[in-house]
Design a protein around this ligand. Structure first.
Ligand code: DX5
Ligand code: ZN
Length: 217
């Protein structure tokens, strides 16, 4: 079954407690936390202080997506605040191996995210070292954008490469950006294990029903 990771970026930040409770009761698998620093992307969102307040409100897996220029400096603050995994952008750093080891030293899962325009080949040296790949299907920075259609072929390509390497089962493919009920099935069939959805859940008439529908695609 597909895993659903609602992105709280599209939730009402004045009432995150209700948004989190809703995700949990509707059967979401992860809670996706979009961290933006105003440098790597032109938007500012959630810091460790906010994550620390979220942690005691849920036992959902806290899936932290760092869209920041200096992920190495933010790993420890986010781990201490309660992150279950740390996903960083491959475009943001020069020494991914060092960062992967740093995240693992806290016994947390490691993800690498890749922007729509970055060649997937850049991931090759790290595939056997990480738990998750986050394929961006929009330019990172904002919720509510349109899914980039070329993303489907990239998911298929990654799925195929992981199968050829014999490591498909040890790594999760997560897809983030523009995921709607109308394209979720295509993305799943292309090879996604986890779908991130922000506006399609929190702007839906009934977010609870939206999560249930995503689970059943
Ligand atoms: C974009 C973020 C996404 C975003 C998804 O930079 O990484 O997680 O919240 O929002 P939707 O589902 O509205 O595209
Ligand atoms: Zn995200």
């Amino acid at each position: 079954m597909i895993k659903i990771a609602p992105s709280i970026l599209s939730a009402d930040f004045s009432d995150l407690k209700s948004a989190i409770a809703l995700c949990q009761s509707a059967g979401a698998d992860y809670l996706h936390i979009d961290v933006m620093d105003g440098h790597f992307v032109p938007n500012l969102t959630i810091g460790p202080v906010v994550l620390k307040s979220i942690r005691p409100k849920t036992d959902l897996f806290l899936d932290v997506h760092l869209m920041v220029t200096n992920p190495e400096e933010l790993v420890e603050p986010f781990v201490r605040a309660g992150a279950d995994n740390i996903t960083f952008h491959i475009e943001a750093i020069e020494n991914p191996i060092k960062l992967i080891e740093h995240i693992k030293s806290f016994n947390k899962q490691v993800g690498i995210s890749i922007k729509p325009g970055t060649s997937l080949d850049i991931l090759d040296p790290y595939l056997e070292l990480i738990d998750l790949i986050l394929i961006m299907s929009v330019e990172p920075g904002f919720g509510g954008q349109q899914y980039i259609p070329e993303s489907t072929a990239r998911i298929q390509q990654l799925d195929k490469s992981l199968k050829i390497l014999g490591i498909r089962k040890q790594i999760l493919i997560e897809v983030d950006g523009g995921i709607k009920l109308s394209n979720a099935k295509i993305v799943k069939e292309a090879g996604a294990d986890i779908l991130v959805a922000g506006s399609a859940i929190f702007n839906a008439e009934d977010p609870h029903v939206a999560i249930e529908k995503f689970k059943n695609i």
